[in-house]
Design a protein around this ligand. Structure first.
Ligand SMILES: *Cc1c(COP(=O)(O)O)cnc(C)c1O
Length: 237
C-alpha cells in the first residue's frame, strides 16, 4: 500500500469518527474542522494530505514548522498553518511570519510579542487563548481553577492587540483523567469568553484519543496526529 493510500484510508476513518460523534450529539459534521498535526512527519505527507483535501495543518515546533510552511508555499499548496506548541517569546517573530492561527497563547507578554511581530510582518493572526485543564501540570495554558478573570483579561488583551484577532480557545485534555469532565469545564470557560467576545467562536479541543468527547462539548477544531499519520517518527519534547 502506498503512503498516500494509507493516509487516504486513515482520513476516511477519522472523518467517519467525526461524523458519528457529531450525529451522536445532534451536530452537523461541517461544524467541525479537522486539523492534521503533521509534526515529525515529512513534507511529502503534508503534500499528500493537502491533495486529499485537508486544508488545516498543525505543527508544534518553530524550526520544523517554518521549514515545512516555506516548502509547502514553494509547492503552491493552499494550506492554513496552525501553530499548536508553546511559543517562546523570542520565537514570536518567526511564528508570526508563517502561522495563520497561533493556538497556545497563554500570557500577556506573548500576546504583545505576537502583535508586534504581526504588525511588522504586515500580517493578521488568529489567536486562541490556551486554557489549562490539568491543574498546574505545567503544559501551558491559563489556569481556571480559581476563576475566569485571568482568562477573560487575556482574551480582551488579545482582542484589542493590533494585527491579532481573538478567534477562541484551545485546550489539551489532562493525561490519565476523564476527558469529558475537562471538556465540560472548557465549555463553561468558552461560554464566558463568547459572552464578552461573540466572534470568538473557535474551540480547538480533542486529539486522536479523545476528539469524540471534545465534539460532544462543542469543539469546532479537532487536532489529529496519530490517527491520521501513524506513530510519530521522532520523539517529541
Ligand atoms: C501532537 C499534538 C496533537 C496530536 O496528538 P495525537 O494524539 O497524535 O492526535 C494535538 N494537539 C497538540 C497540541 C499536539 O502537540
Amino acid at each position: 500500500m502506498t503512503r498516500t493510500q494509507e493516509l487516504s484510508d486513515n482520513l476516511a476513518e477519522v472523518r467517519a469518527r467525526i461524523d458519528a460523534a457529531c450525529r451522536a450529539v445532534g451536530r452537523r459534521p461541517d461544524e467541525v474542522t479537522l486539523v492534521a498535526v503533521t509534526k515529525t512527519h515529512p513534507l511529502s505527507d503534508v503534500v499528500a494530505l493537502a491533495g486529499l483535501g485537508v486544508r488545516h495543518l498543525a505543527e508544534n515546533r518553530d524550526q520544523e514548522a517554518s521549514e515545512k510552511a516555506a516548502k509547502a508555499s514553494d509547492e503552491g499548496l493552499d494550506v492554513v498553518w496552525h501553530f499548536v506548541g508553546q511559543v517562546q517569546t523570542n520565537k514570536a517573530r518567526s511564528v508570526a511570519s508563517y502561522a495563520h492561527v497561533v493556538e497556545a497563547v497563554d500570557r500577556p507578554r506573548l500576546v504583545d510579542a505576537l502583535s508586534q511581530a504581526a504588525v511588522r510582518a504586515g500580517r493578521e493572526l488568529d489567536v486562541l487563548v490556551q486554557v489549562s485543564l490539568d491543574h498546574a501540570e505545567g503544559r501551558g495554558g491559563v489556569p481556571i481553577d480559581s476563576g475566569l478573570r485571568t482568562l477573560l483579561d487575556l482574551a480582551s488583551r488579545a482582542e484589542s492587540a493590533p494585527a491579532l484577532r481573538l478567534a477562541g480557545l484551545m485546550a489539551v485534555a489532562p493525561l490519565g483523567a476523564d476527558p469529558s469532565e475537562a471538556f465540560a469545564q472548557l465549555a463553561e470557560a468558552r461560554a464566558a469568553v463568547t459572552a464578552e467576545h461573540p466572534a470568538a467562536t473557535m474551540l480547538s479541543a480533542g486529539m486522536s484519543a479523545d476528539f469524540e468527547q471534545a465534539i460532544a462539548y462543542g469543539s469546532t477544531h479537532v487536532r489529529v496526529g496519530t490517527a491520521l499519520l501513524g506513530a510519530r517518527i521522532a520523539p517529541v519534547v
